[in-house]
Design a protein around this ligand. Structure first.
Ligand SMILES: C[S@@+](CC[C@H](N)C(=O)[O-])C[C@H]1O[C@@H](n2cnc3c(N)ncnc32)[C@H](O)[C@@H]1O
Length: 333
């Protein structure tokens, strides 16, 4: 498929279509870290996000128990998806009108609820439509570029809507991806309603030049399953996760890292990203806590992510950060 819009950026009500092919603002590389010489006393531990959603606290009061982790994800996926599906400028305009009504009606409780919603929409608008920091196609492309892969088989653990597997399939065309998530909503809504026209900038295997791929071009299978129940063998060229490892306290990280090893073919790549430990991310999870924070969540930096993987038997081939996430490309040692 040829594409005449290369180098353009379109800001839509829900997201950005960015077809710029080059830097700036891509991938800050710290791959030359001497992993064997690093230790935790130098790095410190990740920052723990402690504010949780009121919906979680209400659920726990009602049920008289802690919210189980799969239920946490069900809440997260529904409220996160509602943001992705929003016409953001229209929602902001509607919410402003609603706020004016509540202020005129001297309804203090409703006013504060509407103000909170307005702040959340403003943050989402900035992160998703101004910065394009959630999908961050240029950062992800740069993190994924230059790997020794032809028609790869990709396993995406905790895939949600599967964005990063699609970006990889655009860069390494002709491959196939298996998306795994135990929340069926991810298959039936988040993946099923992913924008059909979204342009993934990748390559054309015949010409070696740029090419634009869309969701319909990809060979993707969505498996609704707990990762722990998968019966695949060591059959994937890439095992990928995006925003998974930071939800495991240290005592469970070896298990989560092992998931990235056991399904890999010899020579395959484990690719992991986690949200960055930076003031913007702290502010994001503070402002968006009602929508996003249902369970355990850390913010780490790229060297902490790399050291977790290194200590658990991976060779770190690439390590760095993009707008909102750290990223590593690694191989079992
Ligand atoms: C933080 S999300 C990933 C972030 C994602 N990029 C997004 O946009 O939402 C993690 C996903 O992993 C899934 N997940 C967590 N633990 C899982 C498990 N043990 N088996 C299968 N899926 C799991 C959750 O349902 C959730 O959709």
């Amino acid at each position: 498929m040829t594409e005449s819009r290369l180098e353009t950026v379109r800001r839509l009500p829900t997201h950005v279509e960015d077809l710029r092919t080059g830097p700036p603002d891509v991938f800050v590389d710290s791959s030359d870290t001497h992993w064997a010489r690093l230790d935790w006393s130098e790095l410190g531990r990740p920052y723990l996000v402690e504010n949780t959603s009121r919906a979680k606290r209400d659920w726990e009061r009602q049920h008289g128990e802690d919210m189980p982790i799969p239920v946490q994800w069900e809440h997260f996926n529904r409220s996160f998806h509602a943001l992705f599906a929003s016409d953001v400028p229209k929602r902001i305009a509607d919410t402003r009108r609603e706020l004016a009504k509540r202020v005129v009606g001297l309804d203090a409780r409703a006013t504060s609820g509407v103000m909170r919603e307005l702040v959340q929409l403003g943050v989402w608008n900035y992160v998703q439509r101004v910065q394009d920091a959630v999908w961050d196609p240029r950062g992800k492309r740069s993190l994924f570029e230059g790997l020794d892969l032809r028609r790869p088989r990709i396993l995406f653990l905790g895939a949600a809507e599967g964005y990063e597997a699609m970006q990889l399939l655009a860069q390494y065309p002709g491959g196939e991806a298996v998306l795994v998530d135990y929340d069926a909503f991810c298959r039936d809504e988040r993946f099923a309603t992913f924008p059909e026209t979204y342009p993934f900038l990748g390559h054309n295997p015949r010409t070696g030049g740029w090419d634009v791929h869309r969701i319909r071009d990809f060979d993707i299978d969505f498996v609704v399953s707990d990762i722990r129940d998968l019966d695949f063998g060591a059959e994937f060229d890439i095992v990928l996760s995006v925003g998974l490892l930071e939800h495991f306290p240290d005592e469970h990280k070896p298990l989560a890292l092992d998931w990235h090893r056991k399904f890999l073919k010899p020579g395959g790549y484990a690719i992991m990203t986690t949200p960055r430990r930076q003031w913007r991310s702290r502010a994001f999870y503070l402002a968006m806590g009602e929508i996003m924070n249902y369970g355990y969540r850390e913010l780490m930096d790229e060297r902490q992510l790399g050291l977790y993987a290194y200590e658990n038997g991976f060779e770190i081939l690439r390590c760095g950060f993009i707008k909102a996430h750290n990223g590593i490309v690694a191989r079992p040692r």
